[in-house]
Structures are given as structure tokens and as C-alpha cells.
Design a binder for this molecule. Structure first.
Ligand code: GDP
Ligand code: MG
Length: 676
């Protein structure tokens, strides 16, 4: 007759026909481990609050199991007529044929089988009341009015434990089924007698002060019915049972429909086994039972369990993403649904439990999920950024390799495009309802690209400055020698004029007039004003360095001496028309010599330092001095000085010696001409 259903081979879940049954508490008072799988097997595990629970009470062998089987189509064991031994041990459970009703068949006592073990009766009453909406009290008609009878003792127990369980009225239905009703005493009379007895019992209870004035009806709704003798009047018995069955069917519209929502213990079916087990353990340990606390405990346990399942579902859904390297295409479309699916799993199952617990655990789940999302998103952003910067560099490099590129346009376009692509990809990975955002990353990318552009601009401006400097240098190479060839008091004024014109010409195409009407230079590479002026300073500094170099080249002692010699030679050996002199004895060589010598000597100051006609030394513009001072090559203080006093004196002497020797040669040539 036994038929195992669960994983446990010897689980006492048995079935004859129809729904199987389960011994949820055995004769050793052990709570079954198979309740959950049992509820699953009979199809009620996922019914949420949409189920009902009925327990039966009464002395042993009063036909309780027989009644249940007839009324609900269950297959509880019934006493074998020949053995007359107790059959129902512990507490059994089955599903009724009526919709979504669980029946618990509770072992009765009559002192014969369990005798001294009155303890179980009390515990079973506590358990049934903690879990059931309806308690069927099975009683023989001839026991009605026997106040001292076994049934009344049991009812006193039920009332007592009820007071200990519910600090405030939490209603249950007591349905009295009066068996073997002969029909002489009408139901109303029997009900009145029973009610009076119940009230007497209630009054006799020692109640907590807060409930001192409470009435039995504050806690219990009472219903009464009678059944004929099953063996003597089987037909009438089954007719009455059928009628009684209507009270358990909502659609039957029976005015005595038993399931008032206020009777429900509000424990979702998937949490029922935890709830019932925990209740039973508390009962076994003789601990005070407090149902609201138990419900919160169950809520906590189940909500955590469901959150765990939701998390597992989430993790499984995002697993493929976690294994991917680099940018994950459509990340948002993967992780978004994974998140909402997980929350759906949680909400659909856990929302039946105590709201505060449900909300608390939901918050934990959401923050756990969102933490993972933030990590995934951050990794995605890092990869997107890497790609964005690479793309930017490639774009700019390609653009700047073109023959007539425009720097600002090239970097501007590349940056704009890069930012747009990045933003689109970052937005695609967002998940609605989370705090994910990319504003900061967008700003960081912009800053990165700007730093990149700044470096590019620096290189670009260096190239431009070099080009301008080369132009300036070659222009000066062309123009200065002719100035140097015609020295005079204003030679350095002419040099400076030429220098300034050359620089201005080289920079002319970068000239811009600002709003204040000032003329400034700008390479058109963008950048901050101080960066722009640094670029221009670089060009000017290089130009001044070229000039400095030219001055030094000019001022080399041998070169100056050679120049002085040439000048003197021209003045001495050629006449005003540039015709070479052929000295005749009548010529006044001394005078020509002295004039040429003096005129040449007068040039020595401009040949030994860069001095303007007004006597000022050539010096860099005040504005550029601080920049030049940073350069080691140039001594700004001695910019115009290229020969020391001693060198100058040596130069004078050397020059004089040359002049004298030329004079002597001239003299000698006249003497020779006389001799011939
Ligand atoms: P339980 O111990 O209360 O579950 O009682 P059972 O259902 O096992 O039945 C005990 C005995 O009562 C059995 O021998 C049944 O045949 C008998 N019985 C069942 N229904 C009735 C009834 O309506 N009237 C009487 N007098 N006996 C019944
Ligand atoms: Mg029984």
C-alpha cells in the first residue's frame, strides 16, 4: 500500500487512488522532510496564498478518518473493524478533491493507546491552530451535553492554546460535526447545548488581562452540522456528507461557505513547510509561540531563498558576457533583461511574504545585481575608451598626412566623431532603472582627447616655428652680407630694420587683429591664449637667435680684420671714381693714406660691437628678453658685444700694421717708378 514519491526511498507518502498522502509528523513526533516535495507533487507548491487548510479533531475511533475520506475524497487509513486498534498516528496530510484544500488528519486520543501522553494532544492542537483555517470537531451525538467528556477536555485545550498563540483575535472556524445523529433532537438544540458548554469552558479559562473580557466569538466562528449513522443509514449518511461538502466549494454558493479570508494564516504555499516545521520545533521545545514572529521568520527565510534563485538566474544570464574580452556588443540588451528577469523572479514569488521583509531583501538583491552591473559597465567603458582613443589617433594621423591638411579642422572632426561613437556605445550599454551613467566618462574622454590634441598642437607649432625660423635665417643670409659690405655709422640700424622686416614678412600670414584692434600672431592651431603666445615667442626667440648668430659670425676677429683691410684698401688704392691709383711722385700719398686710415678707423666701433647710430647697443625687444633669458646660448646682457676691449685693441694694431705696410708698398712703388 506504500508508494514512495520523493527522493527519500522510505518516505511515508502513500496513495491508493487519487492524491497521495504524507505523514507530516510521525509517531516519534518527527517533522517530515518531504513536505515541500509533497506539496509540489500534489500541485499546490506554487499556489501562493491560494490554498486552504483544514484539520480534524476528536476522540479516537469516532470515525474522523472515515468522514474525511467521504467528505474530501482522501485516502486516510480507517480502523480495521476486526482489530480495533488506533490507525492514525501523528498527523497526516492529503489534498481534498475540492479545489486547493489541504486536509490534516490529527491523531485522536482516548487515553487507551497513548494514555499518559496527553502532551501530544496539546501539541497537535497548537499545531493545527497555528496552521489551519478550519478545525472540524468530530463528536458523537450522545456526547453532546456531557460537559466532562473527553471532547470537552480537548476543546479546553484548543481554547487555551489559542489564547497563547494569538495576542489579538485571529479567527478560525470551528465546525462541529455531530455523528450518529438519530434525528430526535433537532440540530438547533444540539447546537445551543454545545454553544452553552463552549461558553462555559471559555469563561473558566484563565485569560491574560488584555483578553479578560473577550468572548469565544472574538476568536472563533462556530458552525454545527449533523450526520446520520454511516453503517446503519449509509444512504442518508452519504447524502448529508455531499451536502456538507458544498460548504467547502466557493462556487456552490453555500451560505455556510467556510473559507473566510480572515481565517487564512497568510503563509504562501512555498513557505508553508518552513513555517510548519518551525512552528512544530517551537512547540516541541515548549517555547512560546508567536505567529507573527514565525511569519516574519518564514518570510525572511523564503525571501532570501528566492533572492538566491533570482541571483543565480541573473548570474547565469550574464555569464556569457563575463567571459568576453574587449567591448561586448549590445551589452545593455543582454544585462538589462537579465536584471529585470531576476527581479521578476523575485517579485513574483517573494511579494506574497511580509512586505517589510520582501522590500528589505529586494533592496539587497537590487544592490547586489547593480554592483555587478556597475562592474560590467565600468569594464565596458574602459574598453570603449581605449578603442575611442585609438580611433582618434588613427583618424588624426590619416588626416594630418594629407598634403593640405587643416590642423584645427582635422582634430576637431576626429574628436567630435570619436565622442559621438563613444557616447552611442556607452548609451547602448546602459540599463534602465539603474544608476549607471557615462557623463563622467564622456568628460574624461574629452579631457584625454584634449590632452592628445594639445600634444599634437605642440608638435605642429614646433614644425611651423622651425619653418618660419628657416625662412628668417635664409632671408638674413641673403640680405645681411650686402649691408655688411657697406659699413657705416648706421649699419646696425639697417641690419635691425632688415631683421624686423624679415621677421614681420615671415609672420605676416599669421597676423590677426583682435577685438581691441591690436595686431597679434596666431598659427591657427587653436589652444589657449597662453599656448598661442608661447608658440609666437618660440618663433621670435628663434629669430633673435639667428640674428645673434649672424652678429657673431660678422664679429669674428679675422673676418673683421679682413673687412677693415678691404675698406682701407678700397679707400687707399682707388680714387673716388673707383679707378685704381697709380702713384706718381707728385701724389700726396700721406694725405690719401691718412684720410683712408681715419675714415676706416672711424668704422671700428661698429665693426667691434653692434651699435646703433644713436649709440645704443643692439638689444632684443623688451618683450622677448624673458624668453631669451631662458636660453643658454644667448647672453642677453652682452647681445651686442662680440669683441672684448683687448681684442678690439689687438684688431686696431693688426689693422694699422696692414695699413702701414700698404702705405710702405705704395711709397716703394713710386720710388721704383722714378728709377725706371
Ligand atoms: P478515527 O480514529 O476517528 O479516524 O476513526 P475511523 O475513521 O478509523 O473509524 C473508527 C471506526 O468507526 C471504524 O470501525 C469505522 O467503521 C467506524 N465508523 C465510521 N463511521 C461511522 C459512523 O458514522 N458511525 C459509527 N457508529 N461508526 C462509524
Ligand atoms: Mg483516524
Amino acid at each position: 500500500m506504500s508508494e514512495s514519491i520523493g527522493v527519500v526511498q522510505d518516505a511515508p507518502i502513500t496513495s491508493v487512488v487519487g492524491y497521495p498522502r504524507l505523514q507530516i509528523i510521525d509517531e516519534d513526533k518527527q517533522f517530515s522532510e518531504d513536505v515541500n516535495s509533497y506539496l509540489d507533487k500534489i500541485g499546490l507548491l506554487d499556489s501562493g496564498m491560494n490554498y486552504h487548510l483544514i484539520s480534524v479533531f476528536g476522540s479516537q475511533s469516532t470515525g474522523k478518518s472515515t468522514l474525511l475520506n467521504a467528505l474530501f475524497g482522501t485516502k486516510f487509513d480507517v480502523m480495521d473493524e476486526t482489530a480495533r486498534r488506533q490507525t492514525t498516528k501523528g498527523i497526516w496530510m492529503s489534498r481534498a478533491k475540492q479545489d486547493r484544500i489541504l486536509i490534516m488528519d490529527v491523531e485522536g486520543t482516548d487515553g487507551r493507546e497513548r494514555g499518559e501522553d496527553q502532551d501530544f494532544e496539546r501539541k497537535a492542537a497548537l499545531f493545527a491552530l497555528s496552521t489551519s483555517e478550519v478545525l472540524i470537531v468530530n463528536i458523537w451525538e450522545h456526547q453532546v451535553g456531557l460537559y466532562q467528556g473527553a471532547n470537552m477536555g480537548l476543546l479546553k485545550t484548543v481554547f487555551e492554546v489559542n489564547l497563547s498563540l494569538f495576542s489579538k483575535p485571529n479567527k478560525s472556524l470551528l465546525l462541529f460535526v455531530i455523528r450518529d445523529h438519530i434525528g430526535v433532537t433537532p440540530l438547533e438544540n444540539l447546537a445551543a447545548t454545545l454553544s452553552a458548554d463552549l461558553e462555559r469552558i471559555w469563561d473558566s479559562l484563565i485569560k491574560p488581562p488584555a483578553l479578560a473580557d473577550s468572548k469565544i466569538t472574538d476568536f472563533f466562528t462556530l458552525q454545527f452540522t449533523t450526520l446520520p449513522h454511516k453503517i446503519l443509514q449509509p444512504e442518508q449518511f452519504f447524502t448529508a456528507v455531499d451536502q456538507l461538502g458544498n460548504r467547502f466549494i466557493a462556487d456552490a454558493k453555500d451560505t455556510n461557505y467556510v473559507f473566510d479570508p480572515k481565517f487564512h494564516r497568510n503563509v504562501p504555499a512555498d513557505g508553508w513547510s518552513i513555517y510548519a516545521k518551525s512552528i512544530w520545533e517551537q512547540i516541541e521545545l515548549n517555547k512560546d509561540l508567536d505567529l507573527p514572529t514565525q511569519q516574519v521568520l518564514v518570510a525572511r527565510f523564503r525571501c532570501e531563498e528566492i533572492a538566491g534563485q533570482a541571483w543565480e538566474a541573473f548570474e547565469a544570464a550574464i555569464k556569457p558576457v563575463e567571459g568576453m574580452a574587449g567591448v561586448v556588443a549590445g551589452l545593455g540588451a543582454i544585462i538589462g533583461p537579465a536584471r529585470s528577469k531576476a527581479l521578476e523572479v523575485y517579485e513574483s514569488q517573494a511579494s506574497r511574504y511580509t512586505t517589510s521583509v520582501y522590500e528589505e531583501k529586494k533592496k539587497e538583491l537590487v544592490s547586489k545585481i547593480d554592483l555587478r552591473l556597475v562592474q560590467l559597465y565600468a569594464a565596458q567603458i574602459i574598453n570603449l575608451k581605449k578603442i575611442a582613443v585609438q580611433k582618434f589617433s588613427a583618424d588624426v594621423t590619416a588626416e594630418l598626412a594629407k598634403p593640405k591638411y587643416k590642423f584645427l579642422e582635422a582634430v576637431g572632426t576626429a574628436k567630435r566623431e570619436t565622442m559621438t561613437i563613444f557616447e552611442a556605445a556607452a548609451a547602448e550599454a546602459l540599463v534602465e532603472g539603474t544608476s549607471l551613467s557615462y557623463e563622467k566618462d564622456l568628460a574624461a574622454l574629452s579631457a584625454d582627447l584634449e590632452a592628445n590634441i594639445s600634444r599634437l598642437r605642440e608638435g605642429e607649432s614646433k614644425r611651423l616655428a622651425n619653418r618660419i625660423t628657416r625662412v628668417v635665417a635664409s632671408e638674413l643670409d641673403e640680405s645681411l652680407p650686402s649691408i655688411f659690405r657697406s659699413p657705416g655709422e648706421d649699419m646696425w640700424d639697417r641690419v635691425m630694420l632688415d631683421f624686423r622686416e624679415t621677421v614681420a614678412t615671415a609672420l605676416a600670414k599669421y597676423e590677426v587683429t583682435n577685438e581691441e584692434g591690436e595686431t597679434k600672431y596666431d598659427f591657427g592651431l587653436g589652444g589657449l591664449p597662453e599656448e598661442v603666445s608661447a608658440e609666437i615667442d618660440q618663433v621670435l626667440m628663434d629669430a633673435w637667435k639667428v640674428l645673434h648668430r649672424k652678429i657673431r659670425e660678422f664679429g669674428k676677429a679675422e673676418a673683421v680684420l679682413l673687412r677693415l683691410r678691404e675698406i682701407f684698401e678700397t679707400k687707399f688704392k682707388y680714387d673716388e671714381k673707383g679707378v685704381p691709383r697709380v702713384w706718381k711722385p707728385s701724389d700726396n700719398i700721406e694725405e690719401v693714406y691718412t684720410t683712408a686710415l681715419n675714415e676706416t678707423m672711424e668704422l671700428i666701433p661698429v665693426m667691434t660691437s653692434a651699435k646703433l647710430a644713436n649709440g645704443d647697443p643692439v638689444a632684443p625687444d623688451a618683450a622677448i628678453i624673458p624668453v631669451l633669458e631662458r636660453d643658454e646660448e644667448i647672453d642677453v646682457e652682452k647681445f651686442s658685444v662680440f669683441m672684448s676691449r683687448t681684442q678690439t685693441e689687438e684688431l686696431r694694431q693688426s689693422f694699422k700694421r696692414i695699413a702701414v705696410s700698404m702705405y710702405v708698398d705704395a711709397k716703394r712703388s713710386t720710388i721704383q717708378s722714378i728709377r725706371q
